[in-house]
Design a protein around this ligand. Structure first.
Ligand code: UDX
Length: 450
């Protein structure tokens, strides 16, 4: 059992802290926001994440999980301090390190005995060393020792608990072997692979992993754009590519580009880090540009399908950047909906969970509805932006009845083209042949073992 304090009760801090408590540690989650802390103490969760509420309640009940805004006291009471505060995007794309540095100062001021300071926030290479320096400068007693560890987070929103409980690897970079060993032991109940390296490499692994996944997405989106011009089907192409274990089938789903709290921010930050270090990372810059451009693919498809967007009513399904989250950060809908309106369309939209979050950002551009039915009524076309299960499983016959004409543009390739041909839709997806009523359709690809 370790005594752990997690500073920053946002997405990463809250999930990691709760999971550490669940495997038997005593965890104090802190935040500067007293309202958030008051909510959490009652077991109310400020974000939407499947399974998190139950796990928080269970661990509050078991007296393993505590919440406070008294950060100094919480630091003094624990032996392992996780820093999990935000590193938002600064003006030039760099990671804004203000909050991390502030926490390091507070840790220094409250360093009452040996502690291990672990960084979970995504931070530029060199931050671990900077944190070490700030703590040294701020500690009251210079004989009190401490170690700094980088232990980056790889969890995905929407499946964060599962990702944390079944993590594929724990990357640990430390200033001492003993500290690395203790953090490795902390992870033992997760039965995960431990990858130990130095501080700088651990910090770099997080950026490199996210930038690589973003590259896979921009690459397959580029392939999709070629596929639809030459009569190929990108779903078959990614499935075929993915059978090569050197490539792997994951993160090859073509669509409207990545969004969320990590990929956009981290690709920008890495590009900035490279530039500062004297390397012009052109490949990564292209990944970012390609991602920005990919959002407009569905707008163009809609315009082509309808002749013009002027005066057309579009029913948008899905607003969050991906299913099972209410996170709207860098969601493609934030760019696509205003663009539809710029081109003269009026927009009605539905999202099962992100309604409020979306309204906070682009309310002036669309009318918001509580169901798919209400949204699509009398629309000239349906546009899918997020592959929520409600949307993938919706009754297509009913959708056809509601729309003025059976026109659907699908930014997430939710349905097979065969199904949409059978249902009688004019269906335009990403990287696959368009289906128009009356068009003869090709057989879906399959893998046969001979
Ligand atoms: C990501 C990383 O996966 C995680 O390891 C890291 O800690 C944080 O960033 P997250 O942003 O929650 O997690 O979502 P993820 O499921 O990775 O999807 C990111 C974006 O890429 C979404 O917008 C998704 O729609 C898009 N995506 C993903 C694709 O367009 N195609 C794919 O094949 C996969």
């Amino acid at each position: 059992m370790e005594k752990i304090t997690v500073v920053g009760s946002g997405y990463v801090g809250l999930v990691s802290g709760t999971c550490f408590a669940d495997i038997g540690n005593r965890v104090i989650c802190c935040d500067v926001d007293p309202f958030k802390i008051a909510m959490l103490r009652k077991g109310e969760i400020p974000i939407y994440e499947p399974g998190l509420k139950e796990l928080v309640e269970k661990n509050i009940e078991a007296e393993r999980l505590f919440f406070t805004s008294e950060i100094g006291d919480a630091i003094e009471a624990s032996d392992i301090i996780y820093i999990a505060v935000g590193t938002p995007m600064g003006e030039s794309g760099e990671a804004d390190m203000r909050y991390v540095h502030e926490v390091a100062r507070t840790i220094g001021q409250h360093l009452n005995r040996y502690k291990i300071i672990v960084n979970k926030s995504t931070v530029p290479v060199g931050t671990g060393r900077a944190v070490e320096q700030i703590i040294k400068e701020n500690r009251k007693n210079r004989f009190v020792k401490f170690d700094v560890v980088s232990n980056p987070e790889f969890l995905r929103e929407g499946s964060a608990i599962e990702d944390c409980m079944n993590m594929e690897r724990a990357v640990i970079g430390a200033t001492s072997d003993e500290a690395a060993k203790r953090i490795a032991e902390l992870h033992a109940p997760f039965r995960t692979r431990i990858f130990q390296t130095n501080l700088e490499s651990a910090e770099m692994i997080k950026y490199a992993a996210n930038a690589f996944l973003a590259t896979k997405i921009s690459f397959i989106n580029g392939i999709a754009n070629v596929c639809e011009r030459v009569g190929a089907d990108v779903t078959a192409v990614s499935a075929g590519m993915g059978l090569d274990s050197r490539i792997g089938g994951k993160f090859l789903q073509a669509g409207i580009g990545y969004g969320g709290s990590c990929f956009p921010k981290d690709t920008f930050a890495l590009s900035y880090i490279a530039e500062e270090a004297g390397f012009d990372f052109n490949l990564l810059k292209s990944v970012i540009t390609a991602n920005d451009e990919q959002r407009f693919v569905v707008v163009n498809k809609l315009r082509e399908a309808l002749g013009s967007l002027q005066g057309k009513r579009i029913g948008v399904l899905g607003l969050s950047f991906k299913p099972n989250t209410d996170d709207m950060r860098y969601a493609p809908s934030l760019t696509i909906i205003p663009e539809l309106v710029n081109q003269g369309a009026s927009v009605r939209a539905f999202d099962p969970i992100a309604r409020q979050a979306a309204r906070n950002q682009i309310a002036e551009y669309y009318e918001d509805f509580g169901s798919i039915e209400e949204t699509l009524e009398d629309c000239d076309a349906c546009l899918i932006l997020t592959e929520w299960s409600e949307i993938v499983e919706m009754d297509l016959t009913r959708v056809k009845e509601l729309l003025k004409a059976p026109v659907m543009v699908d930014g997430r390739n939710c349905f097979t083209t065969q199904k949409m041909a059978d249902e009688g839709f004019n269906y335009y997806s990403v990287g696959r042949p368009a289906v128009t009523v009356g068009s003869i359709h090709a057989v879906e690809s399959q893998t046969l073992s001979l």
